[in-house]
Design a protein. Structure first.
Length: 187
């Protein structure tokens, strides 16, 4: 197995361990923000370290920018795939209460908005179908929409798309930094 893929797997397993530690410690029961930032940091770190280890084996003066981007992506994509699979398992089987909590928060916000006459006018203006519906019908429609958009599958899909995009951006940035700053003196 290539060193870049190994680095991606090691950092992904590290993030999974951090997520489970947060889960068992009760740190991120209502917020995913800390683990998102840790995930972003570990993805960047894995790409940086993976590219460095690849360049160390290949030779710092060998290769071109495209081969470096490819090597960076071979760290980011395995990391992304493992983390996304874990996210689905985590929100579907390990902690399904988190998804239910997110849905409940959203539905409470809808109830509050529908109780306020000014917000009700804005809600009705935002969708033509809501103009002729009662408050209860609007709430039922919003509840149906919320339950379909907030699910382990949708969280996983959004995470996959975001992490692939982030892997690509990080790969480009790390390659540019390596080539323009770190490897400049070796040529």
């Amino acid at each position: 197995m290539r060193i870049t893929v190994k680095v991606g797997f090691i950092f992904a397993i590290g993030w999974m361990l951090v997520k489970m530690i947060f889960h068992f410690a009760g740190i991120s029961t209502t917020s995913i923000v800390p683990t998102i930032f840790i995930n972003m940091f570990l993805l960047l770190s894995s790409i940086s370290i993976g590219l460095y280890m690849h360049k160390q084996r290949e030779g710092f003066t060998q290769g071109n920018a495209l081969s470096d981007i490819k090597s960076s992506m071979t760290v980011g994509i395995p990391y992304t795939i493992l983390v996304v699979i874990f996210i689905y398992i985590y929100y579907n089987y390990i902690n399904p209460d988190f998804v239910n909590h997110m849905i409940a928060e959203k539905l409470n916000a809808y109830k509050t908005g529908l109780a306020n006459p000014e917000e009700l006018k804005l809600i009705r203006a935002s969708n033509e179908a809501f103009e002729v519906m009662t408050k209860e019908d609007i709430y039922k429609e919003m509840e149906k929409s919320t339950r379909s958009t907030i699910s382990p599958f949708s969280i996983t899909t959004i995470s996959l798309l975001g992490m692939i995009l982030l892997s690509t951006v990080y790969s480009l940035l790390v390659t540019v930094i390596f080539r323009k700053v770190l490897l400049r003196g070796l040529r």
